[in-house]
Design a protein around this ligand. Structure first.
Ligand SMILES: [Zn+2]
Length: 499
């Protein structure tokens, strides 16, 4: 990336960089950075923005370390909630609890009474319900691709997994449009303060495009959004003649989303050892990629386990002749556990690894437990980069916080606590982490000639940092602060002057 000592901005674009000897720019406004540092705006390549925004208002259980602590937090929330309304929460992970115990409806019932309570697991692949919530469900809990856990009497334990969890959520737990839009309006301010100017959203299934449009109509949309849609809309998109990229300067519909398997935390990741849950087969994915290519859409496919990733790569390889000539930017989301012999295939095939740097340190204990002996290929970001693969970084918010600087720290340090880095051979450099957070997501959104660099003609999307992350020791990275953020030449967070 070129480095300039000053930057000229005209309208919504960068008009030029200025060398050390030039000081005069024809402009009515001049901002003295006072030694601060400017980078292109930060991206998050994997967010569920509406879900994240709403999650800011729900019972949060991410940092609970025992069942008792979890129940105490739920009990307090029930006491504060409106009687008779659903209480929603998220973030629990029974693998984090000590002593070890499985969640059950009986445990929840002991603190929730008549209030129906639904708690989404941290990885979103399991849902924990109390008896009142189960009673509210008149429909069938068993669905294809889903799991309903039963006790020894054949009664539901209160835990639903995969499709069963998602269908329950869609039927009973979805918030109103107004609730989503209100929460997102607040959320946009939060992420502007974190230097974010673009996201790749995954909540197309939830109706995210109509929420974004409402926000745009009121002038509140301060992000560039590259939106996914569930792959089963592809026939309709083709009929209508909508191709990837349709939209405007801020909101574009970009890619199709599919799922190969479950997750690590719910132990539903599809593994070479035969365990896990298959959501989409290799053959089905081949058909999805083909249909996408015919209609002009790339596919982002979620794959966590080593078998899920292998089959996703197989499907992209088999269809390569159909999508590569079209320049479709295919991607595997997470690419969390890879068989060592599959890592090179990302570079060879030109399929992007859309990963979450922050997952590595936060999942390390569970990965060491469930994937013992296999973690050399887990969260293998440096190895992926070494193959020449495009690696894009996201948060998967609300699973991790929507905070790209925190993701950069996690990629470089691979530690969240005082412990040594987890698999330090997989740490990335600060420069690589910045590229994965700035350049790679812009390329995936076909924006590499408009965004991601501060060159003449590029959009003036930028973040002012209090210090240069490339000029400090990695240990100092967690202290880097966002000072201000600009989108298309307009300040969206903390306009100058600053003192
Ligand atoms: Zn996700």
């Amino acid at each position: 990336m070129p480095v300039a000592s000053a930057l000229a901005i005209a309208g919504n674009r960068v008009a030029g960089g200025v060398g050390t000897h030039e000081t005069a720019l024809a402009s009515p406004d001049r901002v003295n950075l006072g030694g601060r540092c400017v980078f292109p705006g930060l991206n998050d390549a994997h967010v569920h923005f509406p879900s994240w925004a709403l999650a800011q208002r729900e019972v949060r259980l991410e940092d609970t370390s025992s069942l008792d602590e979890t129940l105490a937090r739920v009990e307090a929330a029930v006491a504060a909630a409106e009687p008779g309304h659903w209480l929603r929460g998220r973030g629990w992970r029974s693998g984090d609890w000590s002593p070890e115990v499985e969640p059950s409806r009986q445990a929840l019932d002991s603190v929730t009474g008549e209030t129906p309570v639904a708690l989404m697991a941290r990885d979103y692949h399991s849902l924990w319900l109390n008896s009142a919530a189960l009673a509210a469900a008149d429909g069938e809990l068993e669905v294809t691709g889903g799991v309903v856990e039963l006790d020894e009497h054949g009664e539901p334990t209160g835990i639903l997994r995969e499709e069963s969890a998602w269908q329950f959520r869609d039927r009973y737990l979805t918030a109103s449009d107004d609730e989503f839009v209100d929460a997102m309006r607040e959320g946009l301010k939060v992420v502007a303060a974190r230097g974010v100017t673009a996201v790749h959203d995954k909540d197309g299934w939830l109706g995210a495009p109509r929420f974004w449009q409402r926000l745009a109509d009121e002038g509140a949309l301060t992000l560039r959004v590259w939106q996914s849609l569930p792959y089963d809309h592809v026939g309709r998109l083709q009929e209508l003649g909508f191709r990837s990229g349709i939209g405007d300067e801020l909101l574009r519909i970009g890619y199709l989303k599919a799922f190969m398997d479950g997750t690590l935390g719910s132990q539903t990741a599809r593994m070479l050892d035969g365990s896990g849950v298959e959501i989409t087969s290799r053959e089905q994915l081949v058909e999805i990629i083909r249909a996408g290519a015919r209609a002009g859409w790339p596919v982002a496919v979620h794959a966590i386990g080593d078998l899920a990733n292998r089959e996703a790569l197989d499907a992209f390889a088999e269809t390569r002749g159909e999508w590569e000539p079209l320049g479709l930017r295919q991607r595997i989301e997470h690419a969390q556990l890879l068989a060592p012999e599959d890592i090179q295939r990302f570079g060879d095939l030109g399929v992007a690894a859309s990963v979450q740097f922050s997952h590595a340190p936060s999942d390390r204990d569970i990965a060491d437990r469930h994937w013992a002996g296999k973690t050399d290929g887990a969260y293998a970001y440096r190895s992926l980069l070494d193959t020449g693969a495009l690696v894009a970084n996201g948060s998967d918010a609300p699973i991790e916080e929507l905070d790209p600087l925190a993701g950069i720290c996690a990629g470089v340090l691979r530690a969240l606590d005082e412990r040594e880095a987890w698999h330090p051979e997989q740490t990335v450099t600060v420069e690589q982490a910045l590229e994965a957070t700035i350049l790679a997501p812009a390329w995936l959104a076909r924006d590499e000639r408009r965004r991601g660099k501060l060159l003449p003609g590029y959009l003036a999307d930028l973040v002012v940092l209090d210090r240069d992350p490339l000029a400090i020791e990695p240990e100092e990275l967690p202290e880097v602060q966002v000072v201000a953020t600009m989108l298309g030449g307009r300040w969206i967070h903390n306009p100058p002057p600053w003192d």
